[in-house]
Design a protein around this ligand. Structure first.
Ligand code: AG3
Length: 272
């Protein structure tokens, strides 16, 4: 029997899932690290999933990528010029960093297959990885950071959820190394999950960052394809920021920069 309708569902809990009606399955592979699927959807364009969780959809990837780059960029006390990206093999984070005018980006992705499929299916996003200002390295980010002698103004952890392969990216040891390779006044940021469905993610990120930096700052964005839509990011608190005109993007603007750090009470209590 030929199925008339196909759906991809990401499960949030035993009792809830978000389903996308898909017009086509473009790819389904098992790599050394994870399972990767790529769908064409009706409402969100091409959709990339890893181990059954949504990573990137054409229609709203800009929100995630603007927020993981622009908030720490503008909050840094000194204008960042260099960045290390851990994960981010799709190129979306590097692309926004290039837009912000950074002159040196090292992007360390563990799974070469993510890069290859992104080059094939998301050429506009992945082309950032071929830019001469970007040095793409296929390696384990945790090992890379522990060995690196080079220093950066920003470190961005664009990882999957803190279960499985990415777990080690949410630890105090890892952020100890991150701090060591940050220039003075530098910023480190990670995606830290859905406060509603994954309260452990923002807690873990906050604990790890606080233990290395003695402070932390969480902020929120609305990302419709991620669990609950309410998504968190956590960084070290760089203090006063700097005086620079804020260039609006598509989601990000000056009001968002001011407002995204204002947290609902339940999120404040999660990370207290
Ligand atoms: N990385 C973070 C995606 C986390 C989504 N989690 C989930 N759907 N359960 C995104 C990679 C984009 N560069």
């Amino acid at each position: 029997m030929k199925l008339i309708e196909n759906w991809f569902s990401e499960r949030y809990s035993d009792n809830l899932q978000l389903s996308f009606r898909v017009s086509d399955q473009l790819l389904s592979i098992k790599t050394d690290f994870q399972r990767i699927d790529l769908f064409d959807t009706y409402d969100f364009g091409k959709l990339l999933t890893i181990d059954g969780t949504v990573q990137m959809a054409e229609k709203d990837e800009h929100i995630y990528h603007e927020m993981i780059t622009m908030v720490p960029f503008y909050l840094a006390t000194k204008r960042p010029e260099s960045a290390l990206v851990i994960g981010g093999g799709d190129g979306g984070t590097a692309r926004r960093l290039l837009d912000l005018g950074l002159s040196k980006i090292v992007n360390v992705e563990i799974d070469s297959q993510v890069v290859e499929l992104s080059r094939r299916f998301f050429p506009e996003i992945a082309s950032s990885l071929s830019d001469p200002r970007v040095n793409l390295i296929i390696d384990d980010g945790i090992k890379y950071v522990s060995r690196s002698k080079e220093k950066f103004d920003m470190v961005i952890i664009d990882s999957t959820d803190p279960v499985g392969p990415a777990e080690g990216l949410f630890t105090a040891e890892f952020y100890g190394d991150v701090k060591r390779i940050l220039n003075d006044g530098g910023v480190a940021v990670t995606q830290s999950g859905s406060p509603f469905y994954q309260p452990f993610a923002i807690r873990k990120a906050t604990g790890a960052i606080r233990s290395a930096f003695g402070n932390s700052l969480s902020y929120l964005a609305f990302i419709p394809t991620y669990p609950s839509g309410l998504w968190s990011f956590t960084m070290n608190d760089p203090g006063t920021g700097r005086n620079e005109e804020i260039r609006p993007a598509r989601y990000f603007n000056k009001d968002i920069l001011e407002g995204c750090v204002r947290l609902p009470q339940f999120v404040k209590e999660l990370i207290a």
